[in-house]
Structure formats: C-alpha cells, structure tokens
Design a protein around this ligand. Sequence first.
Ligand code: QUE
Length: 352
Amino acid sequence: MQESGALVNAYVRNSTGVLELNRPRALNSLNQEMIDIIDEALKEWKDDDAVHRVLLTSLSEKGFCAGGDVRVARDAALSGNHDPADRFFATEFVMNGDLAEFPKPYVSLIDGVVMGGGLGISAHGSHRVITERAFAAMPEMAIGYMPDVGIPWMFQHMVGETGKPSYALAVFLVVTGWRLSPADMLYSGLATHFVPSENLSDFTDMLIAESLDEALERFAEEGPTDSKLKEYAADIEATFGYESWEHIDRALKKHPNQEFVADVNKHLESANPASVVAAVELMHAVTKCASIREELELERVLGAHMRREPNFAEGVRAVLVDKDRSPSFHPATFDAVDESIYRALLTSVLNK
Ligand code: QUE
C-alpha cells in the first residue's frame, strides 16, 4: 500500500494493519504527510473484514513520537500565513477523533518518549503497551501553546489503578508538563499493559502470527509500581481540582505539603503563564463536552488563537530552534494574564 521510504509505513500482515513511524531524525514528530497516511489507513481498515486489529510502532531507536512538527507551525506564524498550520491541526484533530472511535483493537508499542501529538496517535486506542524505557509528557506550556490532540478529554476519562477518572490529575498533568514514568503511566491508566523491551519483538511477532490476546497472555507483566503520581495523589486532588488557575493557585498557596508545592513551582518555571491560564480554562470547558469530537472543536478554535499570539513563536524558538530555554513570555507573571479572552472564546464554541 505504501512505498518504502514513506514517513509512515502502512501495510497489512496476516490480519494486522501495521503502522510504522519512520521519521527518526525528527523523533517521529508528525507532519501533514504522516497525519494523512495514518488517517487514510484507519478509514480503510475500519471496514475491512480482513483486518482484525491495528499495531502502531516506531522504527526509531530513540523513541516513539515527540509530538507535532511545531517548528513548521512557528514558521507559518512568523510569515503571517497561518493556513497550512490551521489545516495541519484541523486534520490532525479529525484523525485523533477517528482513532478514538476506531471500532477494533488498536495497539501502540511505546518503547521511549511519547509527547503531545504522539499521545494523540496512541492514547485514544484500546491498548497502550509500554516498556521500562517509556516516558510521556504534555510539554506544551513550555512552548507557549496549549494541550491538544484530544488529550484534555482522554486524561479526564482515563481510569488507572484508582478505578475512577480524576479531573484534578488531568489538570495537574497538562499544567506541569509532568514527565510520567512507566509506573506513573500504569498508575494513571495512560498505559494499559507492560512488556519488557527485551520481549517486544517477540511480542510483536506473536501478535501478528497468532493473536493480541495470546501475545499479551505470554508477554505482559505487572510492571513497575513506584509511581510518584500515586504518592502525590492526595496533594493533587486537594489543589488541582478547580475550574480556574486562580483557584488552583490559591489552593497551592494554602496547601500544607510544601514539598509538593515546591515541585509544582519548579515545573512551572519554564511555563508560559498565559498558556497555563488558558489550559485550565480549556480543561474546565472540556467537562461540559458530551464527546471527544466536541472537545476537539474547542481545541481547534483555541489553538488557532494561541498560535497567533507571539508567545507561541517565542516558546518554540526557545525550546526547539535556539534551544536556549530562556523564552521571554508576555505577560511574564500569572497575575497579569487576562483569562476572560480564553473563557469567552471557549464559551462561544460550547454555545454553538
Ligand atoms: C512541546 C512540544 C514539542 C516538543 C517540545 C515541547 C513538540 C515536538 C518536539 C520535538 C522534539 C524533538 C524533535 C522534534 C520535535 O518537542 O511538539 O523534531 O527532534 O514535536 O516542549 O509540543
């Protein structure tokens, strides 16, 4: 189906549709071509009775997928022609929704870094298999952006070890850009299964030659349990379960576990204050959505707004282009951010 040399290989082997991310030099960060290949494959395999499941994997030794190609979006923003980036994110979000509604088992093998857009092509699937080398983050606060690709919805609905979803945990993860360890991923429900990396190719072979159930039965293990998120669970519930950054900030200032608060503040040092305020507004608006498609529309509209603010080009510059990690964001302090712009924008979409 795909010629070799494509940025994503898509082919059917036995009864498994296989997607292989193949843009190693950019840590598999997603561009328009990759989005189009993935969505086309999902559309084809959804109704193909010969395809019983989909397997998503990376051909890069260095990781799974670093996110969307935000450097290109920055170039678009700086040139004043926003059309290609607007189209990229619109089609990416449609693909995220298609994956969330995909009717067959969809198995991602995460054996390294997965961030942002990488979670958008994996976390909505039925099976998120990780190894001891996996780690995950939503790092958008550092690039002056916002959480997207349906993850604000997914994080609010995922069920891990506690057996119930947590709005507070979801807000904590997107606001701090917390780097989830394998134990954190299993605890939170972001990962569904653990397979040691040394067994991953045997797992893949068995999945393709026999079945998903047999491969899991043979190779899935309990995995690590030393989750820092689990340790922080009560602190997170006490401070991040609010509808605005102002409320969360007030709760943090009064919170008795100041070691936790210091850890949060350390994570916020690299964040764009306006991104944090907008992210909490988005997270609260998401609680009013009835479906991920509705939620993705909130992201599409808010994202177009955020990419037109100078903080986005500045954040991508500081993290990915010049890599000096010293962005100058405006406003520079939380107190000076006006949340009413974001609130009004989100309310207008919800009321449509
Ligand atoms: C936030 C992001 C991204 C990021 C870092 C952030 C992102 C992304 C990359 C990335 C990383 C390594 C690469 C590359 C891109 O980093 O979306 O091409 O080699 O793609 O803080 O959203």
